[in-house]
Write a protein that binds this ligand. Structure first.
Ligand code: GLC
Length: 418
């Protein structure tokens, strides 16, 4: 089957009617940033369905403005930790943490495909996106850069960036539980039991304070500045301003959030590493590891010559796309979840920034390498960046979406060949 058709088929198959699963089995619910990518993919052949996806995501927005990372629409015993563990009391039930705020950036991409048709849909969504960004600013940017309270909020779940923060989390008292992820995919590619115990300890802390964000930020077991989310949020603020202006809204408040976030970027620049770096906000310590979060700087037009040199080094050390961790670091593992592999969605986000800042040479290379992975193996969750081995779940929504919106562009021959 032609790859465009296959990608559309995957989106349709993972469509649960208004919301889309990342993939069947491994991820049986609606995930926050996956949904925004799904919307972008749907927009290439069904614009109303794209807007529906944003609507179902934001229908579960909390009163605080936070948009949760998972929405548990239907019970599914194949996933852990499920709604009983999160115990957030929302309806439908949700997790108690958030995920990278790519929605405004991707809503802008969708709206630009047909501004007239999208105007009403955008007008309904806009105040909800503003409320979410306001939450980020007031709750999570109080130290300057965007902070996360659980590695899963970063979307780059167990990248080495979080190791120093994770070291301070006590996972010894979490009790017995059965993981489900290792039953769906190769356990050697997934986080370890010790890491998982700590993830659950952080969830249990959230439950113990009734998911009160001020207590989680002030006293929770984990608080780190995330370069990836900082750049995603900064870019999203700027996209939200464009959307607000088009709707005739007053965007002064958002412009203030964007200015203060950009002013905070020096706080996550590690001069020793010569790169942006995650930082433990409890003690100021830098993570000291270079990963794909730092390279999302290009999405927010925050690159510089030192970072360009790092990008060239890291990228040239692999064959396919941007690795999630530095291939020349001892922590690098090309198939282990977020500790080395390349993610087509992260490549796509970087590409938006490279394209917008006129780096079409780099954008084209990234697109070509990402396309090669999908052409060789199909729509997997992520890939080994050295030998292209497909990893994680198959028939993945966001990989299909970025094929339709970006990676598959200008590859007419390749499409026909598959
Ligand atoms: C994993 C990823 C996360 C993603 C989710 C669903 O947890 O790390 O980024 O949202 O899977 O695809």
């Amino acid at each position: 089957m032609n790859l465009d058709n296959k990608a559309r088929e995957i989106l349709r198959q993972n469509d649960k009617g208004g919301y889309t699963l990342p993939t069947h089995g491994l991820y049986p619910y609606q995930w926050n940033w996956d949904s925004a990518f799904a919307a972008w993919g749907f927009a290439t052949f069904d614009l109303p369905r794209a807007w529906d996806e944003f609507d179902t995501l934001f229908a579960s927005q909390w009163d605080t403005g936070m948009v949760p990372h998972i929405i548990f629409h239907e019970p599914d015993p194949g996933y852990f930790p499920g709604p009983d563990v999160w115990a957030t009391g929302q309806s439908p039930e949700t997790s108690g943490i958030t995920q990278p705020p790519v929605a405004a950036t991707l809503a802008r991409q969708v709206w630009e495909m047909d501004k007239t048709a999208g105007q009403n849909r955008l007008a309904k969504l806009y105040p909800k996106m503003v409320a979410w960004h306001r939450w980020w600013h007031h709750v999570r940017c109080i130290h300057g850069p965007a902070a996360i309270t659980h590695p899963w909020e970063s979307g780059r779940d167990n990248c080495p960036d979080w190791d120093i923060g994770m070291a301070g989390v006590d996972g010894s008292g979490v009790g017995d539980y059965t993981r489900r992820d290792t039953g769906h995919v190769d356990p050697s590619m997934r986080p370890t039991k010790a890491e998982y115990d700590r993830y659950i300890a952080m969830v249990q802390f959230g439950v113990s304070v009734g998911w009160d964000q001020s207590r989680i930020v002030a006293d929770g077991p984990f608080l780190m500045a995330d370069p990836g989310i900082t750049f995603i949020l900064l870019r999203a603020h700027e996209d939200l301003i464009v959307l607000g202006d088009a709707l005739g809204e007053d965007t002064t408040e958002i412009a203030g959030w964007a200015r203060s976030l950009r002013a905070a970027l020096p706080q996550i620049w590690n001069p020793d590493l010569k790169a942006y770096d995650a930082r433990n906000l409890r003690d100021g310590q830098f993570a000291g590891v270079l990963g794909s979060g730092a390279f999302l700087a290009y999405l927010a037009d925050a690159g510089n010559p030192d970072l360009n040199a790092q990008l060239a080094r890291v990228w040239d050390a692999v064959q396919y796309g941007i690795p999630s961790a530095d291939p020349q670091s001892p922590m690098f593992d090309p198939r282990k979840y977020w500790r080395g592999p390349t993610w087509p969605v992260v490549n796509a986000l970087m590409a938006i920034g490279l394209r917008d800042s006129g780096r079409s040479d780099l954008e084209a290379r990234l697109r070509r390498e990402t396309a090669q992975l999908i052409q060789k193996h199909g729509f997997f969750e992520y890939f080994d960046p050295i030998d292209s081995t497909p990893c994680g779940g198959d028939d993945f929504t966001w990989t299909a979406a970025i094929w339709l919106t970006w990676a598959g562009n200008d590859l007419e021959q390749a499409k026909g060949a598959a």
